[in-house]
Design a binder for this molecule. Structure first.
Ligand code: ADP
Ligand code: MG
Length: 707
């Protein structure tokens, strides 16, 4: 009896065999494949067709259509005639079916002459061109038909692959065919049988071979679904294992507040100039419960811009101080780090020693003191940038790390901050990640699949949404009037210009030009500031301080102000060349205003005539919250990997698409929940095989993030 593929041990690392181990693949070919990112047998197996040629459904000659790629069956009616001109050649013949005729023509493939004999019946596939009243097919591929009167099972869908120089379609087809003869029947089945039954998924062996040689559309659907499901299920389960591992095996400081600490936390809340919203309170309770456990918290605090994440972070940091431990808050830019530092100093005043600030710009002497204070525990709270990740930063008793806007940090970076040794046990800090990036839940399940989520889904009372309008250059006089009125009323204005790395010099020039015009010509009577990434740190700090203190009425800036900057007195934002920003980015930017009691207005200037571009800008005018914006962006752009799994340290997906396949993602989630409810330790042989597959397939990823 042949071994049952269900119980056969996983053929170890079949996946990882280098392609050059495939018979017929020489070093040169292997290099070509590598260029496509195909390193291993599994990579090649997963080189899924980008399209198919349908050789099964024949188009009658009477229905040929100009400009289409079509397949038809016909008889060769003439001996092919060959015309040569130097190295160029043209081969012609006439094909027919009943009374209908179609001319066939091949350029520079003289050898085909010998393959076409009068009377042969073939299937032809190629580009149809109308030539006057007749049709022509150019460079068709063809295959002889055995018995023209019978349905021929050998004709199905032919795969069409993405290629690279040196590998043509025929070669790629052949390479994959030759791989399939070796792998088929040998492919391990990572998905448990019950799961495949429940979600109607075909077997791995079938899926990975049929996807390359389907008989019909139905096959293609079946295989795509199965492979996409597998991909998401393995990744999702891997992330689940990671989270479980961390929350059960890793140790963290348990911070259970005693009576004194509880009083101090109450006092902090009393001193705030506002009441927490319900969502803030709920999030804080969830965080507090996590902090009290001796296993590390790993939580995402998600809330739209302006929802008030900072005060929740402050509560968590204060709880650490009160528990005799340290906490660190890391921000992606030094502007944001400084601002967080100032905010925390302000709201934590009276609650204990002030937090310190550590960035790349911190002076050497001060840095020495901070490092010493962190190492001996005399400093309890630190706010900083990537500078906190340097090896020289050693904590005495770090209980909590918070990262703000983490989509700007890779998963790897997020992990590095703060493994530290405590009385012999390896203690890990609790981790809180704050993000305003609105992402659909299906996507969150993967990107943040290793975390618990607290959602601040409520804005502080009294906020009115930022009114957003589009405008063109010719509206400038009116916009400038508006700016003048705003500044005249004591409010402040942002003018934002695009800045991208690819054309940094050009963009720098234009932001400077905008600044000069406004400062010198339009508003000589107001103070105008300029802020961009290439300024010296001290200059940036000064500009920002002046703007916060209302010493500058107008701030001309690049997107360095995109994240987190909080000046409630700024009520007008003018965005130049708005078409160059992503929708999510525009939403972030606009989140800088509408933070106080005053009504705020955002003007998107764009002279672009691009239809889609105009639609996108109109969409953001009407979408008030981040989720609606994300949804709009998705619909207008279509699926795309704009959150890039790679930048999150996750493996690239080869079949599944986190946007398009939301329904599939929910099925995957259901499957996972069923599995771990019944067998949380994945002890069932089928489940441990699954685990082995995850580890072997995604070894680098899970090693990277610590499984
Ligand atoms: P984000 O979630 O975007 O980081 P912030 O924490 O910067 O938001 O808060 C935005 C503004 O809202 C700040 O000025 C903050 O003081 C204020 N704020 C936070 N929570 C509340 C609340 N419950 N009521 C009123 N204002 C609040
Ligand atoms: Mg913030």
């Amino acid at each position: 009896m042949p071994p049952d593929p269900e119980t056969k041990p996983v053929k170890q690392f079949l996946w990882q065999q280098p392609v050059k181990m495939l018979p017929g693949v020489a070093a040169r070919r292997a290099t070509q494949l590598n260029k496509l990112g195909i390193e291993t047998w599994f990579d090649l197996l997963c080189w899924f067709p980008r399209d198919y040629e349908n050789w099964a459904d024949l188009v009658p000659l009477s229905e040929l259509a100009d400009g289409q790629e079509q397949t038809f069956q016909a008889t060769v009616l003439q001996k092919p005639s060959l015309n040569r001109k130097g190295r160029l050649s043209m081969l012609r013949t006439v094909l027919g079916d009943g009374p209908l005729r179609v001319a066939a023509i091949w350029f520079n493939q003289p050898w085909l002459a010998d393959k076409l004999a009068v009377g042969m019946v073939c299937r032809f596939h190629g580009l149809i061109k109308r030539a006057g009243r007749t049709f022509q097919v150019q460079n068709p591929a063809f295959e002889p038909v055995g018995n023209p009167d019978e349905a021929d099972p050998t004709f199905g869908y032919k795969p069409v692959y993405r290629l690279t120089a040196g590998i043509n379609q025929g070669v790629m087809r052949q390479l994959i065919q030759s791989l399939l003869t070796r792998t088929s029947g040998n492919l391990p089945e990572p998905l448990p049988a019950w799961l495949r039954r429940r979600f109607k998924l075909c077997a791995a062996d079938f899926a990975y071979s049929r996807i390359h040689q389907p008989a019909d559309e139905h096959d293609i659907e079946l295989c795509r679904r199965r492979i996409g499901f597998e991909e998401l299920f393995l990744l999702r389960t891997g992330l689940w294992l990671l989270r479980r591992h961390r929350s059960q095996e890793a140790h963290a400081l348990a911070l259970e507040p005693d009576a004194t600490a509880r009083t101090a936390l109450e006092a902090f809340l009393d001193r705030l100039p506002f009441e927490l919203t319900g969502a803030q309170r709920r999030s804080w309770q969830e965080i507090q419960a996590d902090l009290a456990r001796s296993h590390p918290m790993n939580r995402l605090l998600q809330g739209d811009v302006g929802s008030g994440k900072t005060v929740v972070a402050a509560l968590a940091m204060l709880a650490c101080t009160l528990g005799g431990a340290q906490s660190a808050l890391m921000a992606p830019t030094s502007i944001l780090a400084r601002q967080h530092h100032q905010t925390l100093c302000r709201i934590l005043e009276g609650s204990g020693p002030a937090p310190v600030l550590l960035t790349g710009a911190t002076r050497a002497a001060e840095k020495r003191d901070i490092l010493a204070g962190l190492a001996d525990g005399s400093i309890r709270m630190v706010v900083g940038t990537h500078a906190l990740l340097e090896d020289v930063v050693v904590f005495q008793r770090l209980a909590l790390t918070i990262t703000d806007e983490q989509h700007r940090f890779g998963v790897g970076q997020r992990r590095r901050l703060g493994q530290f040794q405590d009385s012999g046990d390896s203690i890990q800090p609790h981790v809180l990640v704050m993000s305003a990036t609105p992402i659909p839940r299906s996507l969150a399940l993967v990107l943040y699949g290793d975390m618990d989520v607290s959602l601040i889904d409520e804005l502080p009372a009294g906020r009115s949404p930022v009114a957003t309008y589009t405008a063109a250059s010719r509206d400038r006089p009116r916009i400038e009037q508006l700016m003048r009125r705003t500044a005249g009323e004591g409010r402040q204005v942002y003018v934002v210009c695009p800045m991208i790395e690819e054309q940094e010099a050009l963009d720098l020039e234009s932001v400077t030009a905008v600044y000069n015009r406004l400062a010198q010509q339009v508003f000589p009577d107001f103070k105008v500031g300029l802020l961009h990434g290439s300024l010296r740190q001290a200059v940036k700090d000064e500009v920002m301080d002046d703007f916060m203190a209302n010493k500058l009425q107008i701030l001309v800036s690049t997107t360095v102000i995109e994240v987190g900057v909080d000046n409630p007195n700024a009520t007008l934002m003018v965005i130049e060349n708005a078409e160059r920003f992503g929708l999510a980015q525009l939403h972030q930017l606009r989140g800088r205003i509408g933070r106080g009691a005053h009504r705020s207005l955002c003007v998107l200037i764009s002279d672009s005539n691009d239809d889609l571009g105009r639609k996108r800008l109109r969409a953001i005018c009407h979408a008030a919250d981040g989720f609606a914006v994300a949804e709009q962006d998705l619909q207008l752009r279509g699926p795309g990997d704009f959150f890039g799994t790679r930048q999150h340290g996750l493996p690239p997906l080869r079949m599944a698409n986190l946007y398009r396949d939301t329904a599939l993602m929910y099925e995957v989630q259901q499957g996972l929940e069923t599995m771990v409810r019944e067998d949380p330790d994945l002890q069932d042989p089928e489940h441990s095989r699954l685990r082995a597959q995850i580890v072997s397939r995604y070894s680098d990823v899970f090693r990277n993030i610590g499984l």
